[in-house]
Design a protein around this ligand. Structure first.
Ligand code: ADP
Ligand code: MG
Length: 261
């Protein structure tokens, strides 16, 4: 089982869009995928069509209570893709967690007890480096970092990399960065091209070859409660996430057995 946290403390860079569509593309290859929505905004849950009234158990119950992941997980419209949704009470969780001993390890304990029912767990992180994201980083084998090609992209990234370094030292020495995905890519925009060249020069091979184009279908799909890969599987955004999934699978340390070579 591989646990991958989709993280970047900046909001609006494509974390949730990536978690939903990459999760769908991975599930389409036959992998059993679980998406953990740990953002109090619950956009991944909404985007996968989970109505608020249907979120009877949520990631809050897993983190703050004793609910096992296996009972909090619910199916989505995508075969082999399950989700543990987020609810609004999660917005208080950062403060409530402070009271707990081992507050950084609540999620990793829950994942350890889930008996590898899934091949891949994707965690959709909130736009901060608070306790929720910390729990994700402590649980994860690796981080996938969506990066929007804009002027301050690299500055925000160095803060993220510093946090990763501290997590490695204190909690999770094996934490790696499986890849940086350039999102909302606009080939006609010279700034995009330039920032992307800079990012590749600084970060090198960790940046995925696949770029996710700016594509209106990707932003429309969530209002239909569907991944873009189902809403319009032939749009450029969907095709890019399929390519990204392929690249990601090739980077996984142990090739999940279910994936045909
Ligand atoms: P985050 O989770 O990092 O805050 P989101 O995935 O929610 O970011 O994306 C922020 C907004 O941008 C959303 O409205 C989303 O639909 C839109 N969006 C994300 N990726 C793309 C893309 N490649 N092309 C067009 N719109 C996008
Ligand atoms: Mg989000």
């Amino acid at each position: 089982m591989q646990v991958i946290a989709v993280a970047n403390q900046k909001g609006g860079v494509g974390k949730t869009t990536t978690a939903i569509n990459l999760g769908t593309a991975l599930a389409a290859t036959g992998l059993r995928v679980l998406l953990l929505d740990i953002d109090p905004q619950g956009n991944a849950s909404t985007g996968l069509g989970i109505a608020r009234s249907d979120r009877r158990t949520s990631i809050y119950d897993v983190l703050l209570g004793e609910t096992p992941l296996t009972s909090a997980a619910m199916p989505t419209a995508v075969p082999k893709l399950d989700i543990v949704p987020a609810t609004v009470d999660l917005s208080g969780a950062e403060i409530e967690l402070v009271e707990f001993e081992e507050r950084t390890h609540r999620l990793s304990r829950a994942i350890a007890k889930s008996e590898a029912r899934w091949d891949v767990i994707l965690i959709d992180c909130p736009p901060s480096l608070g306790l929720l994201t910390l729990n994700a980083m402590v649980s994860a084998n690796s981080l996938l970092v969506p990066l929007q090609c804009e002027f301050f992209a690299l500055e925000g990234l160095s803060q993220l990399l510093n946090t990763v370094e501290r997590i490695r030292e204190r909690f999770n020495p094996g934490l790696s960065i499986i890849g940086v995905a350039l999102t909302m890519y606009d080939r006609r925009n010279r700034l995009t091209e330039q920032v992307s060249a800079d990012v590749r020069a600084v970060l090198g091979r960790v940046v995925f070859d696949t770029v996710i184009p700016r594509n209106v279908r990707l932003s429309e799909a969530p209002s239909h409660g569907l991944p873009a890969l189902i809403y319009d599987y032939r749009c450029p955004g969907s095709e890019a996430y399929i390519a990204l999934a392929r690249e990601l699978i090739n980077r996984l340390p142990e090739r999940p057995a279910r994936v045909a070579a």
